[in-house]
Design a protein around this ligand. Structure first.
Ligand SMILES: [Cu+2]
Length: 168
């Protein structure tokens, strides 16, 4: 008899979770300032189903790039890129725009250097800006890093790295 009761309690709890999960989380916008050598804020948390807009602003005197991935790949002893890119692995193509809302061609704005693949946004020095937006999918759940690998990984080593956390 007790077991039945326990089952009903669990069933009730499960039902509450399902009911909560059916309403998508509110869209969110984060402004991320990049400089020598950091991301500010250096931790971003988002949820599955959330429409995320990242306003990237380069406050630094050097060019910087923005990437999100896992497991740093080394090339000739230097941090080169992420082994797993969040967007490539999830099959999601973010919408890239200027701050004014004009669509940007991602291919035209990112480098195609040898071995430096993944979804990256390059930002010009002294105020380069771009807005990327995407909806968080189930297969993005996990802890990722934001990173800049410019100048043979010098930026990454110097601390141009942050956390990008995706919760269910
Ligand atoms: Cu950088």
């Amino acid at each position: 008899m007790k077991r039945y009761l326990l089952f009903f309690v669990w069933a009730a709890i499960a039902l509450v979770f399902v009911a909560c999960g059916s309403s998508p989380p509110e869209p969110v916008t984060y402004t991320i300032e990049m400089s020598e050598y950091s991301f500010n804020p250096d931790t971003i948390e988002v949820r599955v189903g959330q429409e995320v807009t990242l306003e990237l602003v380069n406050m630094g005197a050097l060019e910087h790039e923005f990437m999100i991935g896992q497991d740093v790949m080394m090339m000739e002893g230097r941090p080169n890129r992420f082994q797993t890119d969040i967007f490539e692995s999830a099959g999601v193509e973010p919408m890239l725009m200027t701050m004014e809302g004009e669509e940007l061609d991602h291919e035209a704005t990112h480098g195609h250097e040898a071995g430096h693949s993944g979804y990256m946004v390059m930002l010009a020095e002294n105020g380069g800006k771009a807005t990327m937006s995407f909806t968080v999918t189930e297969n993005m759940v996990g802890e990722w890093q934001m990173g800049c690998f410019l100048q043979d990984g010098v930026h990454y080593d110097a601390g141009m790295v942050g956390m990008f956390v995706v919760t269910p």
